[in-house]
Design a protein around this ligand. Structure first.
Ligand SMILES: Nc1nc(=O)c2c([nH]1)NC[C@@H]1CN(c3ccc(C(=O)N[C@@H](CCC(=O)O)C(=O)O)cc3)C=[N+]21
Length: 291
């Protein structure tokens, strides 16, 4: 059996196109376009690439992109002052501070400073709490993109067995919350899980977010399963995922590739969250399932 390759790149392009069609109506109602501010501290080349492609896609969707590049020796006080300024700026609907930050800056203090209503990353504890309790808020972009791909492929997830590998605040925890909300039966596995193959053997859905190249082997997976690979590992052989793609593709029913799977969905969902933030911040209605 050979798996279907889930084309996240194409799905993300479609999502961005739908988002772009909703911008003119917002502009007519609010008298401005949605705005996304991205803050990059330091010179990490991978981060710079991501920030550039995000800025390009923001503008292509008809939104305003405000990019702030700060030197690596920026103090925490200076960064917090910029966040305060962006919180107060009515042309900014979403604020993203690119992670990781240099070691001398307390990441949690910075995330806490971002207004929850502009937290399009969904990393503020208020938005994490909203997700955990079923309130409306912002859901982190990567797990939101994974959920969209899963629902597109499988329709209802109700009653399916799902294993999330990884328990980070950015992917694993919010992914488990979203799958639980969608009525899947969710197991969260992580580096201390004693017998991962035991759990994977029964999993209809696997979301791998461990950050170890080729970690998940095909022989551990259930035939016909749907596998979402969140891993973005830069190796000598280029970008590779957390799933051993070759062995998995001969067992499972469908799998996302790396690159071209989850990565493009993350940026598309960032634009989605920014559009939603703009409507809420400006008091303009957005049809419930427009995007
Ligand atoms: N506050 C914050 N929010 C983030 O969302 C955030 C962050 N910090 N820090 C870094 C990570 C990483 N990230 C990616 C987004 C898209 C691709 C992406 O589009 N990848 C392409 C390939 C890109 C390439 O070739 O390098 C793909 O998978 O097809 C990758 C990585 C967002 N992050």
């Amino acid at each position: 059996m050979t798996a279907e390759i889930i084309d996240g790149k194409a799905f993300a392009a479609g999502l961005r196109a739908r988002i772009a069609t909703l911008v003119p109506a917002f502009e007519a109602a609010a008298g401005r376009v949605p705005g996304l501010a991205v803050v990059l501290v330091g010179e990490d080349p991978a981060s710079a690439v991501y920030v550039r492609s995000k800025g390009k896609q923001t503008r292509e969707a008809g939104m305003a992109s405000f990019e702030h590049r700060l030197p690596a020796d920026t103090t925490q006080a200076e960064l917090l002052a910029l966040v305060d300024q962006l919180n107060a700026d009515a042309s900014v609907d979403g604020i993203l501070v690119q992670l990781p930050l240099p070691k001398h800056i307390d990441e949690q203090a910075v995330l806490l400073r971002i207004s929850p209503e502009k937290d399009v990353d969904g990393f503020h504890p208020v938005n994490a709490g909203r997700l955990a309790t079923g309130l409306e808020g912002f859901v982190p972009c990567t797990p939101l993109g994974c959920l969209m791909l899963l629902q597109d492929k499988l329709g209802s997830l109700s009653g399916l067995d799902a294993v999330v590998i990884g328990r980070s605040n950015i992917v694993g925890k919010p992914m488990a919350a979203l799958l639980t909300k969608a009525s899947a039966t969710v197991t969260v596995a992580h580096s201390r899980t004693r017998n991962l193959p035991h759990y994977l053997k029964h999993a209809d859905i696997v979301v791998a977010a461990v950050g170890i190249p080729h970690f998940v082997k095909g022989e551990w997976l259930k035939p016909g399963a749907t596998v979402i690979d969140v891993g973005i590992n830069r190796t000598e052989n280029g970008l590779v995922g957390d799933v051993d793609f070759e062995s998995a593709a001969s067992v499972v029913g469908a799998i996302t590739p790396v690159p071209g799977g989850v990565g493009p969905m993350t940026i598309a969902c960032l634009l989605r969250n920014t559009l939603v933030a703009a409507h809420r911040n400006a008091g303009v209605a957005l049809e419930a399932d427009a995007i």
